[in-house]
Design a binder for this molecule. Structure first.
Ligand code: GLU
Length: 635
């Protein structure tokens, strides 16, 4: 997300803050009180009184000392660095960044959604996964996703009350800060409140995202009123966009804590929007109602889970486990790849193995994984090195496959070898849905602090623009996370990821932290649906096996093999003209141009920790119009 404001001055207002100075109170940055309730004005240019009006030059890579941050958006990164500079830790900074992204990147993440925060605590040398995944309401049953015996079409489910999971973000932020942070929610949200009130320039990303969602945004009264201009068209690039409703909602949360979101007026408005979606009178869009209750919101809980881990060569790899399939799939693929000595191989040979490993990991992901509170998934078997040794034989080193892989038998590699009753080993097969190819949804934040703590945080409202419904009067979009449940064509077909009351849909989010010799080496993550897994995997392979510096590893054109039915692999357009494309074609790989499926794969972010105590923060240089990386103390 490139800033369109003229680049003036150096660092933001807190460049001169003393370490423990509190943020300026709202309004002190110049947000005009009269702005509340105002619609965005399209005057263009920087917002007068914008707390970030003095914006530094955006850069996708920065190296230096102390803390570091990388996000998809300059203001998000600035918010994190600002908190670090005044003594907050990485958790405080990550939540501050996420709060701002909820304002400036509202079609990717926000308080209407959920996420997974992976935290490395330097003091204690511990990695923790904070799961604040959205949860199916207590009255949500799989049968609601079928009409006349057939699944409700995916697109129709996206824009509906039926796809809304109980949002986890606010409780996630609150629990993260309470357990591992040093500042309160009321403090770290201040900058986001100021940005929402004072406004920011509409950039290319914001403009394109509203454009792609235009017809459904036009069909929802609250969404049209907030995110479209007076003519019901996208706000143009450079227009000043304000979200006073979201500022007010954040302020309620800042003052009342998580309860202000999960109980009371906000909760009531969420339930009303789900049960009676605010559809424009006369709209042809069929927006189905959902079954969310106030008690679902009141009872929502985060889960603090042990991080999932494996080793890869000299590295210890940490990720999040179920209900995300991301960490498991990345780890399984790495276990498969570890069996190859990559040093003497050509890049084509390395990529061939990467694609083969990813294919097998996706076959297992599709067959076995679901919410661990509902499904006894064979994670131990899948992550056993012996299983990887046996399964590796299914990678043909001489030729690419032309069909989907079958799942393996991980049960034979764990102490309880029996599949859980009623949970069929059923491969999903086929290629991932259209939503999985594009990279227009979700966002990843990576932050570290001077004490060595790291946060790798992927957050989302699922689809680009979530379910398309802004909670009327509160300024944020609801998620459509429940479309991540598997809806088999046959409603009676068992699957570990079918919808059930209170269940969390299987995710692909893969926030990752890597240690070497017990010390932080890397942190990374990506948006992009199921391509998140291949993006994280490919960056690791690029960096660890192909030896690319982390910024090049992240920027390199991507390939994504997710066990497609015909063996084909999604490739970014830039890859098709790379020399490796020809080499892969000669091995029989069919590369599909991802441009036809949404274009870019994975606007990732990463941190690389160096032996001399410096850190390189890396954001995406091109995808999603580029992100922003900064360090607390540039070298
Ligand atoms: N819903 C996706 C998941 O949890 C994330 C959103 C996306 O990037 O598509 O895997």
């Amino acid at each position: 997300m490139k800033n369109t404001t003229p680049l003036v001055g150096l660092l933001l207002l807190c460049a001169s803050c003393s370490p423990n100075e509190k943020l300026a109170p709202i309004g002190a940055g110049g947000a005009a009180p009269g702005d509340a309730g105002a619609v965005p004005d399209a005057s263009g240019g920087g917002a007068e009184g914008d707390p970030f009006a003095q914006l530094p030059k955006i850069a996708p890579t920065a190296t230096g000392r102390r803390g570091a941050a990388a996000t998809v958006d300059l203001r998000g990164t600035l918010a994190a660095i600002e908190v670090l500079k005044r003594g907050g830790n990485a958790v405080d900074a990550a939540v501050a960044a996420a709060g701002v992204l909820g304002v400036t990147d509202p079609f990717s993440c926000g308080i209407g959604g959920g996420g997974f925060m992976l935290i490395y605590l330097a003091d204690g040398d511990e990695v923790i996964a904070l799961d604040h995944r959205e949860t199916a309401p207590s009255r949500l049953e799989a049968r609601l996703y079928y009409e006349g015996g057939a699944p409700v079409p995916f697109d129709e489910l996206v824009t509906s009350g039926l796809s809304v999971g109980v949002p986890g973000t606010v409780r996630g932020w609150s629990d993260a800060l309470r357990r591992y942070g040093t500042l309160g929610l009321g403090d770290v949200l201040q900058r986001a409140i100021q940005v929402a009130e004072a406004g920011f320039d509409v950039d290319e990303t914001f403009f394109e995202q509203t454009g792609r969602n235009l017809s459904r945004f036009q069909a929802i009264t609250s969404t049209k009123a907030l995110f479209l201009g007076p003519d019901a068209k996208p706000w143009p690039v450079g227009a000043l966009f304000k979200n006073p409703d979201l500022a007010a909602t954040y302020r309620l949360i800042a003052e009342g804590g998580e309860k202000a979101f999960y109980e009371g007026q906000v909760a009531a408005a969420i339930v009303a929007a789900v049960k009676e979606p605010p559809v424009e009178p006369g709209s042809a869009l069929d927006v189905r109602a959902g079954v969310l209750e106030l008690s679902d919101l009141r009872d929502y809980e985060t889960r603090v889970r042990p991080a999932l881990s494996t080793t890869y060569r000299d590295y210890a790899i940490y990720g999040v486990g179920l209900p995300s399939s991301g960490g498991i799939a990345v780890a399984e693929a790495l276990d498969l790849l570890e069996g190859y000595d990559m040093a003497p191989l050509t890049p084509v040979e390395v990529l061939h193995r990467y694609l083969g490993a990813s294919r097998l990991a996706f076959a297992d992901r599709g067959a076995f994984l679901g919410d661990p509170e509902f499904v006894d998934a064979p994670v131990k078997g899948l992550l056993s090195k012996d299983y990887a040794d046996a399964r590796r034989a299914q990678i043909d080193l001489a030729a690419a496959p032309s069909a989907a892989a079958e799942p393996g038998d991980p049960y034979a590699f764990q102490s309880d070898p029996s599949p859980a009753p009623g949970r069929a080993r059923k491969a999903e097969g086929g290629s991932a849905g259209p939503k999985d190819a594009g990279d227009n949804e979700t966002t990843h934040i990576t932050v570290s602090d001077a004490a060595g703590n790291i946060v790798s945080y992927t957050c989302t409202i699922e689809y680009e623009g979530g379910n398309g419904i802004v909670v009327p009067g509160y300024g944020f979009l609801l998620n459509n996370e429940l479309t991540d449940f598997t809806i088999p064509p046959d409603p009676s077909a068992p699957h570990p990821n079918v919808a059930e009351p209170g269940k969390r849909p299987r995710s692909s989010m893969s926030p990752t932290i890597v240690l070497k010799d017990g010390k932080p080496a890397l942190a990374l993550g990506s948006p992009g649906g199921s391509t998140i897994i291949t993006t994280v995997l490919q960056i690791l392979v690029n960096h660890i096996d192909l030896g690319l510096p982390i910024d090049e590893a992240l920027a390199a054109p991507r390939l994504s093999q997710r066990n497609s039915g015909d063996g084909s692999t999604d490739a970014e357009t830039a890859f098709l003209s790379a020399p490796e494309a020809e080499g892969l074609a000669s091995l029989g790989h069919a590369l599909s141009d991802a441009a036809t499926l949404g274009g870019e794969i994975g606007a990732a972010t990463a941190l690389r920790f160096h032996g001399d105590g410096t850190v390189t923060a890396v954001a995406e240089p091109v995808r999603r119009h580029g992100g922003s990386a900064m360090v607390e103390q540039p070298r």
